[in-house]
Design a protein. Structure first.
Length: 183
């Protein structure tokens, strides 16, 4: 390898290294890592989807969505939960509950517990570990739809956001070096 191809090799390595470093530090946390922010977003999305499945005109009232609550799960883990209150008459409760049971069932959620007709309480779990609950609200004429995230380690999530894994970076570097050697 001559002097000019050695300089070219170094230039390509520096360019690939800088580009990889920029990608590395600018990339979001890997999809597999659940963070508090993602858990809050997903619980809101699951509740909004459930509200749209209710019979009649069902537009989500943001004021009825209670703020997210982070709660401890296990030793160093936590989960995020959100609830939404739906005003329905007692005569419409059964129809609303059946619509949500059908909605969650069609989406592949697994029924964990159904205490109807004795008590208005239904619990589903989806494939990503989020739980959806329908229960009679503390209000006389209402239901509560809740979503809870699976447990996650907030420190692992923070580390993943700061230092995301860059897949295939070394393969790109080897490919760039291999392409220069063939020239």
């Amino acid at each position: 390898m001559g002097r000019s191809s050695g300089v070219g090799c170094i230039a390509v390595l520096v360019t690939v290294g800088v580009a990889s470093g920029i990608y590395y530090f600018a990339a979001p946390a890997p999809e597999g890592v659940l963070t508090e922010k993602r858990a809050e977003e997903r619980t809101s999305q699951y509740i909004a989807s459930a509200v749209r499945a209710l019979p009649g005109e069902s537009a989500m009232d943001e004021d009825a969505l209670l703020p997210a609550v982070s709660a401890p799960c296990k030793t160093d883990e936590e989960k995020v939960s959100k609830s939404y209150r739906v005003a329905v008459g007692s005569e419409d409760e059964a129809e609303a509950a059946e619509a949500l049971v059908d909605h969650w069932g069609r989406r592949g959620y697994t029924l964990q517990k159904d205490m109807r007709p004795d008590e208005m309480y239904v619990l589903f779990r989806n494939d990503d570990g989020f739980r959806m609950t329908l229960r009679g609200s503390s209000d006389e004429d209402g239901l509560s739809i809740s979503a809870s995230s699976p447990c996650f380690d907030p420190q692992a999530a923070e580390a993943a956001e700061r230092f995301p894994v860059v897949t295939g970076m070394w393969d790109r570097v080897r490919s760039a070096i291999g392409g220069m050697e063939q020239e």
